[in-house]
Design a protein around this ligand. Sequence first.
Ligand SMILES: *Cc1c(COP(=O)(O)O)cnc(C)c1O
Length: 362
Amino acid sequence: MDRKLLFTPGPLTTSDTVKQAMLVDLGSRDSAFLKTVCEIRHRLLQIAGVANAGYEAVLMQGSGTMGIESVISSVIPPEGSLLVLSNGAYGRRIAQIARRLRITTHLVEFPEDRPLPADCLRNAQPATHVAVVHCETSTGLLNPVKTIAADARRAGGSCIVDAMSSFGGVPLDLGDSGIDYLISSANKCVEGVPGFSFVIAQRDALLGTEGWARTTALDLLAQWKGLEADGQFRFTPPTHALLAFRQALIELEEEGGVPGRAARYKANHNTLIAGMRELGFIEYLRPEYQSHIITAFRYPQNPAFHFSTFYESLRDAGFVIYPGKVSSADCFRIGTIGRLFPSDFTALLDTVRNTLSELNSN
Ligand SMILES: *Cc1c(COP(=O)(O)O)cnc(C)c1O
C-alpha cells in the first residue's frame, strides 16, 4: 500500500487502530451500532465541557460544510438575520451559505492577518444570530469566540461557532459561554475519518427552532429528535466512519484529552516552524497570532519556486501538504494536526530541504 502522511487540515493522517475499527459491517439498527452512537454523543459533550450543562450533541451526515449548512438552515427564524464576522475564507463561506438560503445576511470583513478585534460586535449591525470561525483554517489564527459570544448574548443574539479545525485540539469550554451552536467534523482534531459533522447545541435554543428548517435532509432539530427517539439516524448513517470515530475518541482520551492532544500539536508546530525558518521560509501570520493547528507560509522569493512542482515532489516522497487560501498573499499551508509526531515533521523538513536544493540546481 502506498502510505502517505497528510499534513493537511482534513482528511488527515489517522492511526492504524482508527482505520481497523472500520473492518466490520454493522446494520443501522444493530444494538452495537446504537450503543456506539450514544457513546459518541456523550463523549462529544464531555470534550466540550458540557456533559451536564444543557447541551445536546447532534451528528449529521456529510462533510463539515454540511454541518454548517444544517445549523444555518435550521436555527434562524424566517424573519431572522445573520451577522457573519469574518477574517478569512471559512468565514466568507458561512455568509455564502446563508445568502443562498435567502437569509438576511450581514458580512463584516476584517483583515485576514490578525484575529477579530475583541469589540468587533459592538459597532456591527444587530442580528438575531452571529456566526464566527474559531480557528480560521485559511491562516491558522484563533478568534476570540468567547468574548464575541458573550457580547452576542448581551445584545440578545444567538452565537454560532465554526470550530471545525479546533474542536478537540484547542481547549474550549462551552459551559456558560453564550455559544449556542458549535460545529465540527469527524476528520479534524478528533482524528477520525470523513463522513459526518457534529453540532453541540444549547438545548433550549435548539428546542426553540421548531418549524424553521429550510431543508429536510439537514434539519437539525429533526435529526436530534430521531437520535433521541431511538438512537438512529433518519437516513443511512456513515456506520464505518462512526466506528472509526468512536475509536478516535478513545485515543483522544488516552492521550490526555484535549490538553494532551494540544501539547502534541504544539510540539509538531514548534518543530515545523524552527525547521522552516532555518530553510528561509516566512510565516504569513505574526507568531503571536499563530495557532498550533495549521501554518501558512509565504512562497519564497526564489523565481525557481513553483508550488505545483514543490507539492508534487513532496507528495512523491510521501508527504502531502496543502495549497494556500489567503486572498492577499501567495501562500501554502502545512497542517500540524492528525496522527503526526515531531519525528514526522523532521522527516518532512529533510525532504523540503532536498527539494529546495534540487530546485536550485536545476
Ligand atoms: C475544514 C473546515 C470546514 C469544512 O470542511 P469540509 O469538511 O471540507 O466541508 C469549515 N470550516 C473550517 C474552519 C474548516 O477548517
